[in-house]
Design a protein around this ligand. Structure first.
Ligand code: DGJ
Length: 736
């Protein structure tokens, strides 16, 4: 890994073992991209990649030189307004109303390591030799404003971290109407685009197709990253598969409104840009102030989609997630939500915990309904100090003690960003709510959104949460968020700052998280938003796991977990065995299949263990024993998608240890075909020359055999997938 700067050709070459990223400063200071792809050796000058033919109707840079036309120039951080007619990466409005800017190269810095981003989640290094960073400063002389483009290249990850800082050194106030985190102009557009779209309980479904001339993209406008569109897209070559071919992945490390767009020009160039959604965004950048964008991660893979995903997984798991829980084995938990909802008694909870402990559970999580009169979702949110003593006579501290005395941990549910109109918080501080003057406040799930753009409000919530977390023995927090934002306006901000509320809200959420994880580093935080409606890379910086979806139907979960695995690691996906028939789909799925799906996640149970049959209890014990034995491999091994449930009637995936000596492979038969051919499951990632056993059987198979022929699925004594919704797990171990 290195970052070279060639003084003569004014060229930057960022490279590691996997890719090269090459830029050049043109004569007039314009920063352009020359190449981004497979690693190539350095060359004095790559500027032959610039298309220099003159084009009718084009505007040139510089104007008196008909060499570089804006129509086909691959610009690093483009404006709109000076002759480049594609979508821009930023827009700065000046006091005189002009939005024309002209940023040219001023200086650059190259250094080892990576700086943290101010108040924002970001990837990090533990030692300076893990990465190198280039900061290029561009300047608009007229408004004495700088844009600092930051590029970090990692030694061990085929990934580039990009972010941007706007610095207003002028005497005049400016408005940032748009401030994206990155732009890359690719020299062709022969790509298929993939994104993860969905809805509540149907999160992160794979959506893909060829990119076309014109503008295409995804965004969220909900105030959070949303289940509608995850902040991620990939562009892959048409011949790219799960295991081979070129793909670029783009992920925004951010939990608010976002945009990921691709614009294909009439000449077939592809402009990709990612950042905060400019809709409803307007940042008042006062004289002397600066604005830092969130970070975007760009992954390059020549090993297909699995290669891209594995890079994201490892980077997010080891250099985005933080704290003591980053590398620790995650506790197997039992959550009461799907079995009791808000109607429970202390005794019921304790009984579940006692039996759970017997079965091997390590953490009991008390979900929604433990505070002020909350028998339904119409009241109580915001009053985190009002324990419901009718339900919990011993209070939260007493219940926590009863549960931890059993020898298991205790966890608690919160929804810090919300208040019901029927709450003390709302009665005492109606001004704490997001609301526009004289407009109605729309309710969602009977609740209002608290104004986290106001630091005083964040302090208020922090104090309440601090009190309960410091007085009860709580080692896990489930942080929920059950509605999106509407009527986005803060009573705490002046008119000229109302375009900042969405972003400031996210900064407030990050601030509360940061303060809580600092005060309680040993607590494991799991983020949640009506299931997986805020499952994003930004959240992983604070909470290393997230509740993947309220849809716990094992069959539906296959698609949800498969889609989620495009960039998020197994260890980050909360996955629980729930009761059957499933509360959403009414589908009956065997206990085994439910367990076999959930084990590829941060595992737990979401059912009333006291209602299980003896046979089911025995299965819980067996599943937990397997998980305890193998969770390190499941969470930290290399994950391979093997069979795509979006395209087949079955699904399969595998986790392979780094040394390739062990793998856990799962195959799920969603629907059976009658009279079908024998099936084999080809396993990726093993050492081809190594011999392996399957489920401790006597027969040995070479890694190559398992990759090229596969595990026989439909005959002999290995297994038979003989009905709908069945599954098989194969534990593959090297002979020595
Ligand atoms: C939505 C979450 O996704 C559920 O798991 C549960 O915590 C409920 N909220 C509680 O209201």
């Amino acid at each position: 890994m290195n970052i070279l700067f060639n003084e003569n050709s004014k060229q930057f070459h960022l490279y590691n073992e996997k890719f090269s990223y090459i830029m050049k400063i043109l004569e007039d200071g314009e920063l352009v991209n020359l190449y981004f792809g497979s690693k190539i050796d350095d060359n004095e000058d790559f500027s032959y990649t610039i298309l220099t033919q003159s084009r009718a109707m084009a505007i040139y840079s510089p104007e008196n030189n008909h060499k570089y036309n804006f129509t086909t120039l691959n610009r690093e951080f483009p404006d709109y307004g000076t002759g480049d007619y594609r979508y821009s990466a930023f827009e700065i409005e000046q006091e005189n109303g002009s939005r024309i800017t002209c940023f040219k190269y001023l200086s650059h810095k190259i250094f080892a390591g990576k700086k943290p981003l101010e108040n924002l989640p970001a990837t990090y290094t533990e030692n300076d030799d893990e990465a190198m960073t280039l900061e290029v400063t561009l300047q608009d002389e007229l408004i004495n404003t700088q844009i600092i483009l930051s590029y970090t290249i990692f030694k061990d990850f085929s990934a580039l971290a990009k972010s941007v800082k706007f610095v207003n050194n002028s005497e005049e106030d400016l408005f940032l109407n748009k401030a994206l985190s990155m732009n890359i102009d690719l020299p062709d557009s022969d790509f298929d685009m993939m994104n993860l779209s969905g809805a509540w309980s149907r999160e992160r479904q794979i959506n893909e197709g060829k990119i076309r001339h014109g503008y295409q993209g995804i965004s969220s406008t909900q105030g959070t990253s949303s289940s509608e569109q995850n902040p991620f897209i990939s562009l892959r070559r048409p011949n790219c598969t799960e295991t081979s071919g070129e793909v670029y992945g783009f992920s925004l490390v951010y939990s608010g409104n976002h945009i990921e767009q691709v614009e294909v020009t009439p000449h077939g160039l592809a402009r990709v840009s990612v950042g905060i959604n400019p809709l409803f965004f307007k940042w008042h950048l006062c004289a002397g102030e600066s604005f830092q964008t969130p970070e975007a991660i760009v992954v390059y893979s020549e090993d297909g989609l699995n290669g891209m995903s594995q890079t994201f997984h490892k980077l997010f798991r080891t250099r985005l997630a933080r704290g003591p829980w980053r590398d620790k084995e995650r506790p197997i938990l039992l959550n009461n939500w799907e079995s009791t909802g808000m109607n429970f008694t202390e005794q019921q909870i304790v009984d579940m915990a006692i039996l759970g402990k017997d079965l091997g559970v390590e953490l009991f999580v008390l979900d929604d309904g433990w505070f002020g009169g909350r028998d339904d979702d119409k009241r109580g949110l915001g009053d985190w100090y009002v324990t419901d003593f009718n339900k919990l006579p011993s209070g939260i501290d007493g219940l926590a003690k009863k549960i931890t005395d059993l020898g298991i941990e205790f966890g608690l549910w919160f929804e810090p960003e919300m208040a019901n109109p029927d709450s003390d918080l709302y009665r005492n501080h109606p001004e704490f709510i997001i609301q526009a003057p004289n407009r109605k406040m729309s309710l969602g799930r009977n609740q209002l959104v608290i104004d986290f753009s106001n630091p005083k409000v964040v302090d208020y919530i922090y104090d309440m949460m601090y009190k309960i977390l410091s007085t009860s023995n709580i080692s896990y927090v489930k942080w929920d968020m059950n509605r999106y934002i509407s009527e986005c306006y803060s009573l705490n901000l002046p008119a000229d700052k109302q375009g900042e509320v969405f972003h400031r809200f996210v900064l407030g959420v990050y601030d509360l998280y940061e303060r809580l994880i600092t005060a309680f580093p040993e607590i494991l935080f799991e983020s949640c938003s009506s299931g997986g409606c805020r499952f994003d890379a930004g959240m992983l910086y604070y909470a290393p796991q997230a509740w993947t979806s309220d849809d716990t139907d094992a069959v539906e979960r296959l698609k949800i977990q498969y889609g989620t695995s495009m960039l998020y690691p197994v260890s980050s996906m909360g996955a629980h065995v729930s009761a059957t028939p499933n509360h959403l789909t009414k589908r009956e799925v065997s206990f085994k299949t439910r367990g076999d799906v959930a084990m590829f996640g941060a595992f737990g149970y979401e059912l009333d263990v006291t209602k299980l049959t003896d046979e089911e209890k025995a299965m819980v014990k067996e599943q937990i024993a397997f998980l305890k034995e193998n969770r390190k491999l499941l969470h930290q091994g290399d994950f391979y998608r093997l069979v795509n449930p979006f395209k087949n009637k079955d699904c399969a995936w595998a986790v392979v240890s780094e040394d390739k000596k062990e793998a856990i492979v799962a195959h799920y038969q969603i629907l059976m075909d009658a009279n079908s051919l024998n099936k084999f499951l080809k396993v990726e990632g093993l050492d081809e020359s190594q011999k392996y056993t399957i489920n401790s059987g006597e027969k040995l198979y070479s890694g190559k055999e398992l990759a090229k022929i596969g595990i026989p699925l439909t005959f002999n004594d290995t297994c038979t997938s003989d009905t709908d919704f069945t599954s098989h797990v194969f534990h593959i171990k090297a002979e020595f």
